[in-house]
Ligand binder design. Structure first.
Ligand code: HEC
Length: 281
């Protein structure tokens, strides 16, 4: 028993150090490890800051949507989350969508509706690569789930552009970013102080803009987060009450058996069954 505990603890410590050191060992290939940022939705009972989601969508629309698609988000998804139905309708109508065929068998253009997806910047992957020197801007619908480090990584990446350290050569057309695995990323820095103007008067510093767009992307990837935490809290409360009741019922049902004492007082001439034959006669 003692030996197995020692082995378990020993291998635990060993694994911990292996994991810790390997994170540093390959920093160049894996990218710098992002710091942990205090996003409210990361806390146990924390939920999204919806004003931030609203500002974040504005950033996405004005900056990122020039290159990135958001295929899994439809206009209607924004209703009741960050915008009212009328506001979303107005935004959707600014874009033209191909629909049809009509009675003459022809496709036609019409303004966007709530049931349309957020428009993509490029018709296909080839067009996207052609416009970005061969690199493909990934779809951002699930990006916070698709990258190690999640929101912390995306925030660190977007704010992490800097000059390459001495001795590091960056290929023409690429940019140095220590958080990106490999260090050189095809996407140039595109968030700067004042790059968008927020309608609610929030200061438009680069870090604020980045925080908002990351919150928006986190919502896009996990739109169920608020509900999940609400239902989870209720379920834990309910199940703790049910557990307490079932423990009480168990005690109640078993107490006659559990508190029973069975005693046997052998008579003086009693012979133990199967015992050695008694020598007394
Ligand atoms: C001018 C085009 C352009 C704009 C604007 C742009 N990106 Fe990118 N983005 C790219 C390209 C190209 C890549 C692929 C980079 C690579 O693979 O080297 C990319 C990659 C990414 C990645 C993935 C990084 C990874 O780990 O693979 C994220 C996240 C991202 N962009 C977020 C954003 C956000 C958020 C915005 C808006 C603030 C934005 N981008 C604006 C072109 C753009």
């Amino acid at each position: 028993m003692g030996a197995s505990v020692v082995t378990a603890v020993g291998s635990g410590i060993g694994l911990y150090y292996l994991e810790k050191n390997s994170a540093h060992a390959n920093m160049e290939a894996d990218g710098l490890h992002p710091p942990s940022y205090p996003f409210p939705q990361k806390k146990l009972f924390g939920t999204f800051d919806h004003a931030s989601i609203r500002r974040g969508f504005q950033v996405f629309k004005e900056v990122c949507s020039a290159c990135h698609s958001l295929d899994l988000v439809y206009w209607r998804n924004l209703v009741g989350v960050a915008y009212s139905e009328d506001e979303v309708r107005v935004m959707a109508e600014e874009f033209e969508y191909t629909d049809g065929p009509n009675d003459n068998g022809e496709m036609f253009e019409r303004p966007g509706k709530l049931t349309d997806p957020i428009p993509r910047p490029y018709a296909n992957e080839e067009a996207a690569r052609a416009a970005n020197a061969g690199a493909l801007p990934p779809d951002l619908s699930l990006i916070t789930k698709a990258r190690h480090g999640g929101v912390d990584y995306i925030y660190a990446l977007l704010t992490g552009y800097c000059d390459p350290p001495a001795g590091v050569e960056i290929r023409e057309g690429l940019n140095y970013n220590p958080y990106f695995p490999g260090g050189s990323i095809a996407m140039a820095q595109n968030i700067f102080d004042g790059v968008v103007e927020f309608e609610d008067g929030t200061p438009n510093t680069a870090s604020q803009i980045t925080k908002d767009v990351v919150t928006f992307l986190n919502w896009a990837a996990e739109p169920e987060l608020d509900d999940r935490k609400k239902i989870g809290t209720k379920a834990i409360l309910l199940f703790s009450i049910l557990t307490a009741i079932s423990l009480w019922v168990k005690r109640n049902r078993w107490h006659t058996l559990k508190s029973r004492k069975i005693a046997f007082n052998p008579p003086s001439n009693w012979k133990k069954p199967n015992g050695p034959p008694s020598t007394k006669h």
